[in-house]
Write a protein that binds this ligand. Sequence first.
Ligand code: ASP
Ligand code: MG
Length: 481
Amino acid sequence: MIVMKFGGTSVEDGAAIKRAADIVLGRLEQRPVVVVSALAGVTDSLLAMSRAAASGSLPEAMELLRQTRQRHLEVLSGLVSGADEAAVRERIHTLVDALRDILGGVATLGELSPRTTDTILSTGELLSSGIVNAAFQSRGIPSVLVDSRRCIVTDATHTRAVPLFEETTGRLQRELNPLLQINQVPVMGGFIAATAEGVATTLGRGGSDFSAAIIGAALKAKRIEIWTDVEGMMTTDPRLCPQAQRIDVIGFDEASELAYFGAKVLHPATLIPAVEKNIPVHVLNSRNPKSKGTCIRFRAPRSRTVFRAIAAKKRMQVINVRSPRMLMAHGFLRALFEVFERHACAADLVSTSEVSVSVALDSSRDVSALLRDLEKLGEVEVENEKAIICLVGKHIRGRVGIAAKVFQTVAEGGINVRMISQGASEINISFVVEESDVPEAVQRLHRCFFEAGCLSQAAEAGTRLQEPSLASHLGARPEVG
Ligand code: ASP
Ligand code: MG
């Protein structure tokens, strides 16, 4: 079997749902389970109406509710007709009426608990899955609506509930296997679940990918398909560099590094249940289903290029702390990071010398309180308008000359490098530059490592330090001749 997850933009309106149906029709033989997000923008608007209700603006909440009802009814009527339409229409009204009552309660109490938030948010996927299921049936897909709240069991950490995997696996197998055996296509809402007592929970924003991974892992899927509105993951941001190419295959750890540095296709952490079981996850474009997309695997084969991708994270600031006390003393770094911890500031990049430490972090947050505390440790200086450039590729490990090539390429553009880091895993090389240098640096690096031949030169020039040959493992002497 396979899991096919359609994100919000892939079910945003009638046309998108028809495209999704066509894609599923082409894969019936692979016995799909379909997971859908709420229609694009609906979760945000449910959040907005619950906040409006809680803050006393019930009319505003009711207006948003009216629009939500209207939108779903319209999408439905463009897809389904007759008795089938009437049944789903009824379902939409029931769900939206219940929501109206809950919002009224929230407004009366002036209080919005995480538990109530989950009940409100779950409406989005309950609505979308009902419509998609009916649309699929009217296009000849033998689909059945399955309530995810009966299958995915979580703890009660509302708004980011944690699945109880054993119980969930058992329930998913009991609910879905009999349907798959008779070639039916289960359609389920992503993101939503329930506690063992049946109270609605949600898995955190973007949680439909997580649902797909949980279902795929429980049913030992051959493949998980994440249908979205982009071509997959790219070698770099196409807005920075029009020569960016689609990545065919990427390792899970590489994809995680990229997500951290702002490649926003999906958050690989949500795929862990599937990736751990070695189930390949394909990111595909529902507007261009023929494109091969990107496959994320636990163990990805070596890429043709030295690096898998280049990411840039703008809006960074660098905080420098200099202290003569640091010289040959211990405990300084601990004291320093305790300050960061106290202010809940996550450092993106750290580099240290004998007497100074530089920390790069997001500049969107106000660090004045942090700086006051840091000043107790030493001389503090802040540099703004910086960016991190990060080259990711797990097969750079043990290859000589690659960092040299990276910094030579950047230097040829007259670009100054402020901080450098290469983690222990050697899966990425990251450095800080002026924000205004980002396009030039990324284009140069992309040209060198993805378009021109200088990558193979680097690879050839590079001796492999690790990965000794089989012969040397066996103690055989290389043949001379
Ligand atoms: N609808 C939810 C959200 O917008 C879950 C998802 O789409 O993955 O976060
Ligand atoms: Mg998403």
